[in-house]
Design a protein around this ligand. Structure first.
Ligand code: FAD
Length: 468
């Protein structure tokens, strides 16, 4: 009798190369590859972005195709993982179940329940490294509790050698099991092609067209194609940080632009470590003093923000890009987030949820990190009284208004010097530009200068400190 099969449970590691769980399982003997459609997760408000689920579905189809090329397939089962996984293990006589480690509190709690159920069933549960370059325990920091500040984290992270490349297995053999199929996920074309091959094309294109080398100077130009757009692929493990590092030419010396880009990949790892070590941030501000900021509940203002109809062009462009592409430029993410929190005085967690419901790359660690950074409640060294001015941000990062005109076509013929503040147009200018405020395009829903003052008051009251 040969070795018992190993069950490999795929979650957000939808690739067969550089996948330690799959590789080690294949080396040990027969393998069954499993994905579980967990109604508890798919049905959650935070996890239900239809665009992301379509992308996930296409990624699972790509994974299934890659496994079929190697003599296997992806078995899909629907149900609660702690019930489904021991049942599938029993069905194929598996001696062990392997999966890649998670950082989100929800995922970790689920994995602990699955591990417990497997233990009771006498099946070994093995947690393999996930897709991070460094696992949290590799970077304990001087306190042993990790890092709260990015710069020292990044210094330590940059020293960590890239994990060695582990090629895709040539064959994946194992018992055949029936599969439920992917009916639990919405079908239809994803907004961008899914899977490791697509990720590889995006990465290679980013490098060969020179954008990686120009990244340091080009990344903030919102209208240009200056960033990699790899975030959704990273989100589902269709590409890993280590694969990106190798493609950039690490560990050899690389250009300043590539290094600046690598530093952004490091932000992702920072937030992943952070969420792993401080799961409470998924629900509340990291800084205890800022847990009690008084927020407004104004459904009309929230709707205006969500629909891209605040009357602030840069904010509206960002929110309309979110709705259309399921992706928003990082600069625009910061501006729309700051506007919700510091201009509309709406709780950052509301914005965090709206992003999760729209982003292809919606990721508990990065999204929470980004929102807490912008709200000034998280790890950021900059103080809470930094407030983005949407007009100045627009003038600086979209000087000719190409970005706002693309997403807010009502502003197409507005002159450059008014395109980020159309309320400064005279009635005559508005008519000539075909953009009459209150008709073609909304009046500003709030006055930025006024609201900035109000937001700082609220923060000051919560923090018990006067802004400098
Ligand atoms: C309010 C807010 C919410 C955000 N929500 C998410 C989210 O849900 N998912 C997500 O992946 N990113 C999020 N980000 C971070 C960042 O905006 C996106 O990762 C980036 O815009 C994705 O585009 P890209 O792949 O072209 O990035 P690039 O500029 O090409 O960067 C490469 C990769 O580095 C990582 N990265 C870059 N910037 C950051 C950052 N500031 N924080 C963490 N990782 C970063 C991403 O994985 C990204 O794909 C958020 C930022 C803010 C301000």
């Amino acid at each position: 009798m040969g070795p018992a099969p190993t069950l490999v449970w795929f979650r957000r590691d939808l690739r067969i190369a550089d996948n330690p769980a799959l590789r080690d399982a294949v080396e040990a003997g027969p393998v069954v590859c499993l994905w579980v459609a967990d109604p508890g997760i798919l049905g959650r408000r935070h996890h239900a972005a239809p665009a992301r689920l379509r992308f996930l579905r296409a990624g699972l189809e790509a994974l299934d195709a890659a496994l079929r090329d190697r003599g296997s397939r992806l078995v899909v089962r629907t149900g609660v993982p702690e019930e489904v996984i021991p049942a599938v293990a029993a069905e194929c006589g598996a001696g062990a179940v392997r999966w890649a480690r998670e950082v989100s509190p929800l995922g970790r709690a689920r994995d602990a329940r699955v591990a417990g159920a497997l233990e009771r069933a006498g099946v070994t549960a093995i947690e393999d490294p996930g897709d991070l370059v460094a696992e949290p325990e590799d970077l304990p920091g001087s306190s042993g509790e990790g890092y709260l500040v990015f710069t020292p984290f990044s210094r330590a992270w940059m020293e960590v050698p890239l994990p060695p490349h582990r090629p895709a297995p040539r064959r994946v053999d194992g018992p055949e099991l029936p599969s439920d199929g992917l009916g639990a996920l919405p079908d239809g074309d994803p907004l961008i092609p899914a899977g490791p091959d697509a990720a590889r094309r995006v990465l290679v294109d980013f490098i060969t067209r020179g954008a990686a080398d120009r990244y340091g100077t080009g990344r903030d130009a919102v209208a240009a194609d200056g960033t990699s757009r790899l975030s959704a692929y990273l989100r589902f493990g269709m590409v890993t940080g280590a694969q990106i590092g190798r493609a950039l030419g690490l560990p050899d010396e690389i250009s300043a632009g590539r290094m600046a880009f690598w530093r952004q990949v490091c932000w992702r790892e920072f937030y992943h470590h952070h969420l792993r070590r401080h799961p409470e941030v998924a629900r509340m501000a990291l800084r205890p003093k800022l847990r009690d900021v008084l927020w407004d509940h104004d459904p009309e203002l929230l709707r205006a923000w969500r629909d891209g109809r605040t009357g602030y062009p840069f904010v509206d462009a960002g929110m309309r890009q979110l709705a259309a592409e399921g992706w928003v430029h990082n600069r625009a993410r910061m501006v729309v987030a700051s506007f919700l929190v510091k201009d509309l005085l709406i709780d950052w967690r509301v914005g965090e949820t709206v992003f999760m419901q729209g982003l292809l790359d919606g990721d508990p660690a990065n999204n929470n990190g980004g929102w807490q950074w912008t709200a000034g409640t998280g790890t950021d060294a900059a103080p809470w009284f930094r407030v983005f001015n949407p007009v100045l941000q627009g003038r600086r990062f979209d000087p000719h208004g190409a970005y706002v005109r693309r997403w807010v076509p009502e502003l197409r013929d507005v002159p450059d010097d008014r395109v980020h503040e159309p309320w400064r147009m005279s009635d005559d200018q508005q008519r000539r530009a075909g953009c009459v405020l209150g008709g073609d395009y909304p009046h500003r829903v709030v006055d930025h200068a006024e609201r900035r003052g109000a937001a700082l008051e609220r923060y000051r009251a919560a923090a018990g400190a006067a802004p400098r």
